[in-house]
Design a binder for this molecule. Structure first.
Ligand SMILES: C[S@@+](CC[C@H](N)C(=O)[O-])C[C@H]1O[C@@H](n2cnc3c(N)ncnc32)[C@H](O)[C@@H]1O
Length: 334
């Protein structure tokens, strides 16, 4: 007997999906969107998909281990209305989700190691809440759970003063919500004597800022002339760091591909909305002593402003190595 297995769903990541996300490419039906951030083992995500078949459900998760587990469960479930994406929440909010495109956000037990001094990395902070609000439809909801009293107090301060959000409870939070599906982390907390603090806010019709989705630019390159050879350029390399326009760029190593006579530079580009780790290539061009420095697609790098700055930094450094070096042309964002 021939066994018919379901086609394997392509794995999704913030670096491989469209910016902004195109729901019609992910789901068979156009339906209101629910987003879970930090779905952990994926059971709550699946619960949403099962109990809300008239919605499309997207999960954003930074842990690749959690992602793999949830992908396997979703594959097995055969549910058509749920897709997990390997993605930092902030990247999803800036690059994937259009203003007023989500009906609900569910965030369960973010930042379990809450320390006030870890503010920059914390999920619930004013700037991220403003972005969540902008991505919600009017009438949409933001649901948050935490079992850390200090985190709940901090979240209450931020949410209750956020323009565009109204608390739906008569108290800052509730400790019991009828019909709630407990997450894995929640059950562990209950076993260890901790209580959930549950928040539920509604997006009202007060106008708020709607920062547009950050899209990609053209792939950056720099064309330059230098009499230096690729081995000489690689030999002169030492690691570089620079911060420009909010992007932190580290050019870590250079290698020579002696067969192709190209040089590869390993770069890490950290921007507020996205972190990328990829290679920039220096390759010879037809003209005498002419070279092109360009972004590669290694690691599915996307052509963000930070990536343009990184290509500019490598191109300018190579041109500066020799008195006769000069930049001839650039495809770079100003
Ligand atoms: C304490 S666990 C809770 C998991 C699950 N929600 C539960 O309640 O069982 C926090 C989860 O959020 C994920 N996470 C943390 N920060 C994140 C971010 N900025 N974007 C996406 N996921 C994040 C972590 O990888 C982890 O899976």
């Amino acid at each position: 007997m021939v066994e018919h297995s379901r086609p394997v769903l392509p794995k999704l990541s913030a670096l491989t999906v469209d910016w902004p996300l195109r729901q019609e490419k992910l789901f068979p039906h156009s339906q209101p969107l629910i987003v879970e951030i930090g779905f952990g083992n994926g059971d709550y995500l699946l619960h949403l998909a099962r109990t809300r078949p008239d919605h499309n459900i997207i999960g954003l998760e930074i842990s690749s281990q959690s992602l793999a587990k949830a992908e396997a469960k979703i594959e097995k479930s055969g549910l058509p209305n749920v897709r997990p994406i390997h993605c930092r929440a902030e990247t999803g909010l800036w690059h994937l989700l259009q203003p007023q495109s989500a009906r609900e956000f569910h965030i369960n037990y973010p930042d379990p190691w809450f320390k006030k001094r870890h503010g920059r990395r914390r999920l619930i902070q004013r700037a991220t809440v403003d972005l969540l609000t902008s991505r919600l439809e009017v009438g949409g909801r933001l649901l948050l759970a935490t079992d850390i009293q200090a985190y709940a107090e901090m979240a209450h301060d931020i949410l209750s003063s956020a323009p565009g959000l109204q608390n739906e409870y008569d108290a800052p939070w509730l400790h019991e919500v009828a019909g709630r599906f407990p997450t894995k982390y929640e059950e562990k907390g209950i076993r260890e004597g901790r209580r959930g603090h549950f928040f539920r806010y509604r997006r009202d019709d007060i106008p708020v800022a709607h920062p547009p989705v950050i899209k990609e630019f053209d792939m950056p390159h720099v064309i330059l002339r230098t009499p230096r050879t690729a081995p000489e350029i690689v030999a002169r390399f030492s690691p570089m760091k620079q911060s420009v326009d909010g992007a932190h760029i580290a050019i870590l190593q250079a290698w020579l591909d002696s067969k192709l006579m190209v040089a590869l530079f390993e770069v890490v580009v950290e921007e507020p909305s996205i972190s990328q780790h990829t290679m920039i290539m220096l390759a010879p061009r037809a003209g005498d002593g002419e070279w092109i420095v360009k972004q590669t697609t290694i690691g599915h790098a996307r052509s963000t402003l930070g990536m343009h700055r990184a290509v500019a930094a490598v191109g300018e450094w190579v041109a500066s190595l020799d008195g006769a070096g000069e930049v001839l042309a650039r495809r770079l964002r100003a």
